[in-house]
Ligand binder design. Structure first.
Ligand SMILES: Nc1ncnc2c1ncn2[C@@H]1O[C@H](COP(=O)(O)OP(=O)(O)OP(=O)(O)O)[C@@H](O)[C@H]1O
Ligand SMILES: [Mg+2]
Length: 326
C-alpha cells in the first residue's frame, strides 16, 4: 500500500530536481511578442530567449522597436499579442512573480535633486523593505561611493545614470533592463558605464540593453539581437556574427591576378572572388592554407594572404539594408 505512493513521490522529486538544475528557465523569454499602435506595428511577433548571466544587446536603428520591446518586458505597456516570460513566470498571468526579480534603469528624475546620492538610495531601500546599508553596497558596485554625500542635483549626467543603475540593482534583481544606458554620457562616463555592466553580470545578473551604438554592443554584450522595423533579423554571439562570412584578402602581382581569380573561383568552398585595388577578395568556406596551396600549385605566389574580420557595423548594415522596411 505504501510502496506505490513512495515510488510516486520519488519520481516527482526526481522530475522537480531535473526541472530546476540544468533546465533552469531562461531569464527572459519573448514569445510572438507584438505591439501595435493603430496601424503601426512597433514590435512584430518577436521571439527571443535570454539565458541567465547573458548580456544581450538589442541593436537597431531609430524606431526599430527596441524601447517598445523593453517597455513590454518591464510591464509598462501591454502587448497586443504574444507573451513575456521572466524566470519562468508569465507577465500576463503572474505579473508579481515575473517582475519581482527585474530592475530597470531608474530615470534620473526619479531621484530627489536636493538630497545626496546616498540618502536617495537609502530612501529607495526603505521603500523596498531593505536595510539602509544596501545603499552603500550598490554605490560601491557602480563606483559612486566617493560621491555618496554629494547632492544628486550636482551630479553629472554620467553620475546620475550610474545612480540609476545602482537603484535598479538595489533589490538584487536577477535581470536588469537598460534602455540606451550611455545616452547623454561623455566618453569617460560611457567608458565607466560599459565597464560596469560586465561587473554586474559577473555578480550573476542577466543584462538586457537596447542600443543603437554598434561599438557599445560589440564591446559589452555577449550576444546581440539585431532589430529592424519591429522584427528581429538575427541573433547570435557577437563573435559568430562577425565570422558568418569568412573572407580572405589575397595580394598578387598585377599580371598574376586575372589567372588567380579564375583559378580561385572554381576551387571547392569558394563562393565569390572580387578584384579590389591591389587585392582579390575571396569569400570562401575554406582555410588560407588551401587557398595558398592552390595558387602555389599553379605557379602563382601570393605576397599577402589574410582573413578579413568584418566589423559588426558592416554585418549590421548588410542585414538592415537587405531587409527593406515594410
Ligand atoms: N506610444 C506610442 N504611440 C505610437 N507610436 C509609438 C509609441 N511608442 C513607439 N511608437 C512607434 O513605434 C516604433 C518603435 O519605436 P521605439 O521607440 O520602440 O523604437 P526604438 O528602436 O527604441 O528607437 P530609438 O533608437 O529612436 O530609441 C516607432 O515607429 C515609434 O514611433
Ligand atoms: Mg528607444
Amino acid at each position: 500500500m505504501s510502496l506505490p505512493s513512495a515510488t510516486g513521490m520519488t519520481a516527482d522529486v526526481a522530475v522537480a530536481a531535473d526541472a530546476t538544475t540544468p533546465g533552469r528557465p531562461p531569464a527572459l523569454e519573448l514569445r510572438g511578442l507584438t505591439k501595435r499602435y493603430g496601424t503601426l506595428t512597433a514590435v512584430s511577433s518577436v521571439s527571443l530567449s535570454v539565458a541567465a548571466g547573458e548580456i544581450l544587446g538589442l541593436l537597431g536603428p531609430n524606431g526599430s522597436g527596441k524601447s517598445t520591446t523593453l517597455n513590454l518586458v518591464m510591464g509598462f505597456i501591454k502587448p497586443t499579442a504574444g507573451e513575456v516570460i521572466i524566470h519562468g513566470h508569465s507577465l500576463r498571468t503572474a505579473p508579481r512573480a515575473a517582475l519581482q526579480d527585474v530592475g530597470g534603469l531608474v530615470e534620473g528624475s526619479a531621484f530627489y535633486p536636493y538630497l545626496s546620492g546616498r540618502l536617495n538610495l537609502q530612501m529607495l531601500a526603505r521603500l523596498r523593505g531593505l536595510p539602509a546599508s544596501r545603499a552603500d553596497e550598490v554605490l560601491e558596485l557602480v563606483g559612486m561611493l566617493h560621491a555618496a554625500e554629494r547632492t544628486f542635483g550636482d551630479y553629472s549626467q554620467g553620475m546620475r545614470q550610474r545612480l540609476g543603475v545602482a537603484g535598479a540593482l538595489m533589490h538584487r534583481p536577477r535581470l536588469i533592463v537598460l534602455d540606451e544606458p550611455t545616452s547623454g554620457l561623455d566618453p569617460a562616463g560611457t567608458r565607466e558605464m560599459r565597464a560596469l555592466l560586465p561587473r554586474v553580470a559577473a555578480e550573476g545578473t542577466t543584462v538586457v540593453l537596447a542600443s543603437h551604438l554598434l561599438t557599445e554592443v560589440e564591446q559589452v554584450c555577449t550576444r546581440v539581437a539585431i532589430m529592424q522595423a519591429g522584427t528581429i533579423l538575427t541573433t547570435g554571439a557577437v563573435e559568430d556574427l562577425l565570422h558568418q562570412r569568412p573572407r580572405w584578402r589575397v595580394r598578387l602581382a598585377p599580371d598574376a591576378r586575372p589567372r588567380a581569380a579564375e583559378l580561385l573561383r572554381v576551387l571547392p568552398g569558394v563562393r565569390s572572388v572580387e578584384a579590389a585595388e591591389d587585392d582579390l577578395l575571396v569569400e570562401a568556406e575554406t582555410d588560407g592554407e588551401s587557398l595558398n596551396r592552390a595558387l602555389f600549385a599553379a605557379g602563382l605566389v601570393a605576397s599577402e594572404l589574410e582573413p578579413l574580420v568584418p566589423s559588426l557595423e558592416s554585418v549590421f548594415i548588410e542585414l538592415t539594408e537587405r531587409t527593406p522596411a515594410p
